[in-house]
Design a protein around this ligand. Structure first.
Ligand code: ATP
Ligand code: MG
Length: 174
């Protein structure tokens, strides 16, 4: 899967609608401390279904919504759109939106879907050879300090077989 475009609105520091085009040859995003580089990575993680506040560096899930500054009021919602092309060349358009007090909702190619459907979509994508590998700040230190079972999970994620567990769990619950 290849990520082509990321659109953010009200997500963390991206208060105004912003768009990041991921074109061939993009190898890095640079900028001063606190400009939002890690927030971009977290937006990718979030739209793919991340639900652990810890890995989003926040206390609760609503903390991803722009919290306001001295000069700007807070926002009522955050929305991230991820446009990608899957391994079969099909366009994939995933939207996640969270509203204060109303939880979050997903759309895939314009259709309302469940969080589980998004998890399964990316579980499949992760098994491909071009799986998105997201390594956040501090992850390397975590790998070194991890217990064997945790390290195994990290390796399974990196190898792209963690998705098999998601599908097995889903199958078992039916
Ligand atoms: P570094 O180079 O230090 O790693 P960075 O470019 O990765 O910096 P980020 O961590 O992405 O920077 O951005 C941090 C900024 O995002 C901080 O200024 C923080 O106040 C802001 N921020 C995070 N969450 C929110 C939120 N919910 N509302 C408003 N601003 C937020
Ligand atoms: Mg950072």
């Amino acid at each position: 899967m290849q990520i082509r475009r990321l659109k953010l609105s009200g997500f963390k520091s991206f208060v105004e609608p912003a768009e990041l085009r991921v074109e061939p040859g993009l190898t890095g995003v640079v900028g001063p401390n606190g400009c939002g580089k890690s927030n971009l990575l977290e937006a990718i993680r979030w739209v793919m279904g991340e639900n652990s506040p810890k890995s989003m560096r926040s206390g609760g899930m609503e903390d991803v919504i722009f919290a306001g500054t001295e000069t700007r009021p807070q926002r009522d919602f955050a929305e991230v759109v991820l446009q990608a092309v899957d391994d079969h060349g099909e366009e994939l358009d995933v939207t996640r939106r969270i509203e204060r007090g109303a939880g979050s909702a997903y759309r895939v190619n314009g259709r309302d879907v469940r969080a589980k459907d998004v998890a399964l979509t990316f579980a499949d994508a992760a098994t491909g050879a071009h799986s998105p590998a997201l390594v956040s700040q501090g992850k390397i230190a975590q790998v070194i300090a991890a217990k064997p079972a945790e390290r195994r999970q990290m390796l399974e994620e990196a190898a792209g077989i963690a998705g098999l567990h998601v599908r097995r769990k889903d199958a078992e619950s039916k």
